[in-house]
Design a protein around this ligand. Structure first.
Ligand SMILES: Nc1ncnc2c1ncn2[C@@H]1O[C@H](COP(=O)(O)OP(=O)(O)O)[C@@H](O)[C@H]1O
Ligand SMILES: [Mg+2]
Length: 151
């Protein structure tokens, strides 16, 4: 299922990410697409706040993957920059402490990545509005129960 939603500023994008984060469970994966500055990391910060992640979430550029521990018993966050990956399974070859099956995996630059790791990833495309520099259009593809939770 797919739907579109527009945010008007970074806080609204974080709120949308937080809402999605509250609907995710261990082993879920979110693939984020959009050019530099689209809001992929901002959206991930919203997911992180739903998971009660300790500390700041910044762009994982140059590190491929960053692991963030939840302050709760809930899933940790693994935040990936897929820029230099070809397949999602390569993530399982990285030297992560976190068991990705028990974490939420958020992948920036997920477009074109071969998905050989998770059954039903949430796929989100973020696009700039051509007239308003703070507006972003989100196209969210997700299982029906996730979309229903977002509405
Ligand atoms: N509606 C919006 N949603 C997300 N970010 C926005 C929005 N409007 C302005 N911004 C700004 O755009 C930038 C997005 O940066 P970032 O999240 O790092 O993008 P990316 O990870 O896609 O490169 C931030 O500086 C943020 O404050
Ligand atoms: Mg980023």
């Amino acid at each position: 299922m797919s739907f579109k939603i527009i945010t008007s500023n970074a806080d609204e994008t974080k709120a949308l990410g937080k809402k999605l984060g509250s609907l995710l469970k261990s082993g879920d994966c979110v693939l984020l697409d959009g050019e530099l500055g689209a809001g992929k990391t901002t959206f991930t910060q919203g997911i992180a706040s739903a998971l009660k992640i300790k500390g700041d979430v910044t762009s994982p550029t140059f590190v491929i993957a960053r692991e963030h521990k939840s302050l709760t018993d809930g899933p940790n966050l693994v935040h990936v920059d897929a820029y230099r990956l070809n397949t999602l399974a390569e993530i399982s070859h990285l030297d992560l402490v976190t068991d990705i099956e028990k974490a939420i995996l958020v992948v920036e630059w997920g477009k074109g990545l071969v998905n050989d790791l998770v059954a039903e990833p949430v796929h989100i495309k973020i696009e700039h509005d051509k007239d308003d520099e703070n507006k972003r259009e989100f196209t969210i593809n997700a299982p029906e129960q996730v979309i229903k939770g977002l509405l």
